[in-house]
Design a protein around this ligand. Sequence first.
Ligand SMILES: [Zn+2]
Length: 402
Amino acid sequence: MDVQVVEVGAGVWHARARHVGWVLVSEGDEVTLVDTGYPRDRDRVIASLEQIGREPADVAAVVLTHAHPDHLGSAEYFRSELSKRVLAHDREVANALGSGIEQVTTSAILRRAWRPEVLLWARDVLALKAERVERLASVDTFADDVLDVPGHPVPVHTPGHTSGHCALHLPERGVLVAGDALMTEHAVVRVTGPQLLPDFFNRDTDLARASLHTLSGLAADVVVPGHGPAFRGAPAAAVSAALQADSARRPSVLQGPIVLSYGATLPVPPSEAFALVAEPPNWPTFFDCIRSVRKEDDWSGIGGRAHMTTAFLGRRVESHLEITVWDPPHEFRYVARQAGAPDLDNRRLFEPVANGTRLHGSTAILPRRGAMSLVDRGQILALRRMYAKAMSQLPAAASTLS
Ligand SMILES: [Zn+2]
């Protein structure tokens, strides 16, 4: 059977078929199966268990990093035929059950099928029955607590590839199962090494990029992606390689707005973090560049407005803000309008974590053009530094205001 099984940590095996991998975590006689390949990979999943001296009956639970067809393949089989528990993050439920599917559309693939590597890959995954994946009839959910399954993985919510995508950290085994938060090799991409999946596979690439920062603080000796060989090294090294690959892939002459992603962990629950960050009068306490900000009465729902003046690198900008998503304590989003510029999207997501709240932020900005109308790179660096400083001031602001 064409599946390769490599032990990557004590009792942790990385199984790889041609287009996707999964992970086996053993504890005593029992095994946790992380992801299950494509539907047609079922014999390979069983062969991988046999290669480590186990059989399907020994699987205590199936944990999904996310519910794309190349990971969901045999999950329903394990649940309904073998009465096994199947677990997914609570934000991934709709995708797993099929009530809210988040995956690349056939038309998006066809638009790219002029590229030979995409065509060959599409032919292969159709043969693996990607289109006919069996959705789950029911699923157990988790948030950020340690999972009570063999190996006790810690889920790390890393939204972007899908809304409920999770990496799984096995701190005692020195392994980080990254799922599709990053990959090291894919049939439709020529370069290898840690990188994000191509944009068309992701629900939200900006968010996937921001989620990488969540992984870089974790301790592990090996990072196991959903696609490609394991990366030997710390998550921080894999993340920095992935971010570098990402900026190399983007065009160097920027035409429109650019998106800055950033994040911070606030030592307060999501409701308080949301109340702090969503309240414009608080912004100057952590953003040095804000000269004034005034919210209108309706700033607490879609359509709510505010007005802001910023000054940065000698440029003064007036912006009219309007709320486009208001979902406390999970998310808010607004557009910033500046004279003669496209709407600039701003987004803040709040995720409960063990020690408080993880904030994922992204801001679209319109860079000033320098010589020969190229974007001034120094300016972007300065902006990144400004956001990093703001994020470092945020936890303190959270503790004083709460
Ligand atoms: Zn995948």
